[in-house]
Design a protein around this ligand. Structure first.
Ligand code: ZN
Length: 265
């Protein structure tokens, strides 16, 4: 039997990992995250690199240049013809078709080849990466009820996930389990909130969405995992919202894709 909980003995070397998810072709938000991130050793990208936003090639190029470990998202699949668009709402489907038309052949091929989760984190056997849920890459882990089954059954104690565009996550420790959200003090400044991981607990952690947050906070979200200190630092950073919105309007994508960015919904 594997030990329950995150076993730091298995961590080979201290590394600071930048966690990016759900960039959604928002170049301004990605640039702000990279500009505001503390120093990091490697980048993990949890998928939905494209879809919704108006800079799919720039964001794919940038992600490829900085990223080391990737998981595909449902929008990456949709934009590259890897899934039917029936399950998408009309706005998402319109954006997926627009994106497919915009992407260079090289970026289309790269996105199409991204691996589905769970993807192991190289050199860290107690960490895995998924877009949706560990059980289904397209499943949304929104509530504690959604999180309980994976938390209880997983053999891997720490899972980073995306897909919901909600920064925070869930833990199970002995007989207790709960959700958590970082609590920020401002609505417009760069901020960070640490979460100290306990060795006895299991976690599902979402770094939040870089390019289309839906937790009522318009700022771009990301996280930094310090494997030595066992701390996840949640971050929010303001970005050039107007420029991201103008690109969406100029591309004649659905206007709601621009206006929703201001509300973080
Ligand atoms: Zn997404």
């Amino acid at each position: 039997m594997r030990p329950v909980g995150y076993n730091r003995q298995l961590v080979r070397c201290p590394v600071r990992i930048l966690l990016l998810s759900d960039i959604h072709a928002n170049l301004e938000a990605l640039d702000a995250c990279l500009a505001n991130a503390p120093s990091f050793d490697l980048v993990v990208n949890l998928g939905d690199i494209v879809g919704y936003g108006a800079s799919p090639n720039e964001v794919a190029d940038h992600s490829r240049a900085i990223g080391t470990t990737f998981v595909r998202g449902n929008h990456d699949k949709a934009a590259t013809g890897g899934m039917e668009l029936e399950d998408f709402n009309p706005m998402a489907a319109a954006a997926a078709l627009w994106t497919r038309n915009e992407l260079t052949p090289e970026n289309l091929q790269w996105l199409r080849a991204l691996p589905h989760g769970p993807v192991p984190l190289p050199n860290f056997p107690d960490v895995q990466l998924v877009h949706g849920s560990p059980n289904d890459e397209d499943e949304y882990v929104v509530s504690l009820g959604d999180a309980l089954a994976p938390l209880i059954t997983l053999s891997i104690p720490l899972t980073f996930f995306g897909h919901t565009h909600l920064q925070g996550g869930f833990f199970a420790n002995g007989s207790s389990a709960d959700g958590f959200r970082p609590e920020y003090k401002t609505v417009g400044q760069a901020e960070s909130v640490p979460l100290q991981l306990k060795t006895s607990a299991r976690y599902l952690v979402n770094p939040g969405s870089v390019g289309q947050p839906r937790d009522g906070d318009w700022r771009a979200a990301f996280a930094l995992f310090d494997t030595d200190a066992m701390i996840v630092h949640f971050h929010r950073t303001p970005y050039n919202l107007k420029s991201a919105q103008d690109r969406i309007f100029d591309a004649r994508l659905p206007a709601r894709l621009a206006t929703r960015l201001a509300a973080g919904r």
